[in-house]
Design a protein. Structure first.
Length: 418
């Protein structure tokens, strides 16, 4: 039975390496929703338009099993604040035209990163009375004005005022607001967002890829044939927020048998590579951008996985999606993030935590984990899997989103009758 028609509004969609919108769409479809997608021309993370696409053209396609409409944008993802905002705003405007003019779904579901992605749903609410639910992946305007891109820049002051007013409208007009960490819920409530509107639901991951796997020696041997080496995997973007320079410096403070694998790319990659070559030669391996399926395989043969972000208030209320992937894979986590992410790992007893931005603290966490007997590390991984299944799984999250979507449609029908 089809529960209704949901349109996912997201600036990012495969082939871009942002997998959460796809996982959300799959979870909702599995619950019985008819899902289609409005998204942008693929250009993330390097600002280059993917082959087969044009930045100025509307395009319809079948992608990942969903009907997808792509709308134009200004392609950019560099350190220029003006160009980055032009990327966000240009897509929001072109997607709004499509959202208003097209046949309306029963409800829009907005992947609210960046927050400007909610503009199509806001305008469809105003002009077509279509309800929407927004999932807030990071808090705006904080994530803009606290970033290296706009910090200490005149544009930061302008952006903060404009974005504060914009997200106020986004929250006001939404039927429900989904946040991904307890701290985000408290923060929005402290800013006057009605608590009854705010719902804490963790993101989930692709459970067909990320699950406890048997360790395959031939996969591990691609990185080391020394059984005594302690391998740590970092998988994700290499940007300013990720603070991988701290990870490189921490590796220098650990014994030679500790090695770090970095799978990903981004604007800070060359800088991190230069630092690694200078102070940690032969200790850090850069794998480049790696498909998710391969990341899942590598996860099964490493001894720990790293989550790291800069020491900023913004990141204390976030929950990086790699936390869920690590827990579901059954690998111990090393988390150098303040706030919710560290609290979760400590509460689940699924790894070690370190003070963000502190190489010595991170090195200590790595050493403490590496010194544990293998059976204790295995038990950490098992506790992580249990925590994921109970609190973060697709089964749990998609069911809760379904309740909110049904409630949003119900509110629209009530208003139509009045």
């Amino acid at each position: 039975m089809i529960l209704g028609h949901v349109r996912l509004v997201t600036q990012w969609w495969p082939p871009e390496p942002v997998t959460l919108p796809l996982w959300i769409a799959q979870g909702l479809r599995d619950c019985g929703w008819d899902v289609d997608v409005i998204t942008g021309v693929p250009n993330y993370p390097d600002g280059k338009v993917a082959p087969g696409y044009a930045s100025h053209r509307y395009q319809r396609e079948d992608s990942q099993g969903f009907k997808v409409t792509r709308t134009p944008l200004y392609p950019s993802h560099d350190t220029s604040p003006t160009k980055r905002l032009a990327n966000y705003i240009s897509w929001a405007v072109s997607a709004s035209l499509m959202a208003i003019a097209s046949h309306q779904p029963d409800v829009h579901f907005v992947y609210g990163t960046p927050a400007t992605a909610s503009l199509p749903a806001i305008l469809a609410r105003i002009f077509r009375r279509t309800p929407y639910i927004v999932t807030v992946q990071d808090i705006w305007p904080d994530s803009v004005v606290q970033s290296e891109i706009t910090q200490s820049s005149p544009i930061a002051r302008i952006a903060e005022k404009g974005l504060t007013a914009f997200v106020g409208q986004m929250y006001k007009r939404a039927s429900a607001i989904v946040v991904i960490s307890p701290g985000a819920r408290s923060l929005l409530a402290s800013r006057g967002v009605p608590e009854e509107k705010i719902h804490h639901i963790y993101n989930w991951i692709d459970e067909k890829l990320f699950y406890p796997r048997r360790r395959v020696t031939t996969i591990r041997n691609r990185f080391t044939e020394d059984r005594n080496e302690f391998l740590i995997l970092y998988a994700g973007n290499i940007g300013t927020a990720q603070d991988l320079e701290t990870a490189v410096r921490a590796i220098c403070l650990t014994p030679p048998h500790v090695k770090l694998l970095i799978a990903g790319d981004g604007v800070e990659e060359s800088k991190v590579r230069r630092l690694a070559d200078a102070i940690a030669p032969n200790r850090i391996t850069f794998l480049g951008r790696v498909p998710q399926a391969e990341i899942a395989e590598i996860s099964s043969v490493v001894d720990a996985q790293l989550v790291i972000l800069q020491d900023k208030p913004l990141y204390r209320t976030t929950m990086p999606s790699k936390v869920q992937a690590i827990l579901a894979s059954g690998t111990p986590a090393i988390v150098s993030v303040g706030g919710d992410a560290s609290d979760l790992i400590n509460g689940a007893e699924a790894g070690m935590t370190a003070s963000p931005g502190d190489p010595h603290s991170l090195a200590e966490a790595i050493l403490n984990l590496s010194k544990l007997p293998e059976n204790e590390r295995l038990q950490m991984g098992e506790r992580g899997v249990a925590y994921y299944q109970e609190h973060m799984s697709k089964r749990v999250g998609a069911a809760r989103l379904t309740e909110l979507l049904i409630a949003g449609i119900g509110d629209r029908e009530k208003k139509s009758r009045n």
